[in-house]
Design a protein around this ligand. Structure first.
Ligand SMILES: C[S@@+](CC[C@H](N)C(=O)[O-])C[C@H]1O[C@@H](n2cnc3c(N)ncnc32)[C@H](O)[C@@H]1O
Length: 268
């Protein structure tokens, strides 16, 4: 589609980019004015190291999810994307510029628990004229979601917030889901309580660091199994060089079995 990013930018860690070179870092149809508004550019128009890393992350992710976005844009008159635990909503703003602006359709919902971030992002959207972006300051547990979601995305949603995003995606029959999980404490805490009951297995999570890693791994495996049991096809992809962890995992899921979804809703 028009406005879709075409090139592939590997995530490499460079220190900063001078104003004259910034364009090279942008996807087709991505504007430096947006980066300015997002405060990713310095006063001189340079990209400092942190901003560059953020931009590369977001652009890399946009490229990974582009086939899913192209699909929902081609199939639905009013494609609905939810950015769960959106923070400053960088991803949403970039998505809006590349996908929503050129075709004048669709809505993008950003849900963020910190009111000051939601307010700032909402004001920014108004300044930019991104009028099909909606902001809600709420926890994902308590948020009001649109009745039908076509794409649910959650980037580094803290701990079980990723699970809240997955639940909402399932309940609202999201065609696509992409989550990049964040720190994971819930299962590690449960493993701690289990203690050393089964000595052979306990060796896997005896030490705090292993417990955290193993707990995180188990959590993601459970998420994948839960999605698959509901008819989603899941791919798990490594994202290297992301800021939160050296290695992040992208869980991408497509397709839902509506019968099972209804069953799940009835069971609540
Ligand atoms: C690490 S930041 C990621 C922000 C953004 N998605 C990004 O990738 O730049 C996590 C965000 O999730 C928000 N958050 C944490 N728990 C949440 C919850 N249960 N519901 C909604 N937002 C939550 C935090 O306030 C924070 O802004």
């Amino acid at each position: 589609m028009e406005g879709s990013p075409q090139n592939t930018l590997p995530i490499t860690m460079r220190r900063s980019v001078k104003a004259a070179q910034v364009r090279r870092e942008l996807l087709p149809h991505q504007s430096s004015e947006l980066l300015q508004e997002l405060h990713l550019l310095t006063r001189n128009g340079d990209l400092n190291a942190d901003a560059l890393r953020k931009l590369k992350q977001v652009n890399h992710l946009v490229q990974l999810v582009q086939p899913a976005l192209d699909d929902i844009w081609s199939r639905f008159g009013e494609p609905v994307v939810v950015d769960a635990a959106s923070g400053n909503a960088y991803f949403g703003f970039v998505l809006y510029e590349l996908f929503y602006k050129p075709v004048q359709k669709g809505r993008l919902y950003s849900i963020e628990s910190r009111p000051e971030l939601a307010t700032r992002a909402s004001e920014r959207a108004q300044r930019l004229g991104f009028d099909r972006m909606e902001f809600q300051s709420a926890t994902l547990e308590g948020a009001t979601f649109p009745p039908r979601i076509h794409f649910m995305i959650a980037l580094h949603a803290c701990d079980t917030a990723t699970d809240d995003a997955l639940l909402a995606a399932i309940a609202h029959q999201s065609d696509y889901i992409a989550v990049v999980p964040c720190c994971q404490a819930e299962v590690a805490e449960q493993l701690k309580k289990v203690g050393k009951g089964d000595s052979a297995l306990a060796a896997l999570y005896q030490h705090p660091w292993h417990r955290r890693e193993f707990g995180s791994h188990l959590t993601n495996v459970i998420r994948v199994l839960a999605l698959e049991s509901l008819g989603y096809q899941v791919t798990v992809t490594e994202l290297t060089g992301w800021e939160r962890q050296q290695l992040s995992a992208l869980l991408g899921a497509t397709g839902v079995n509506p019968k099972l979804t209804r069953k799940l809703q009835l069971g609540n």
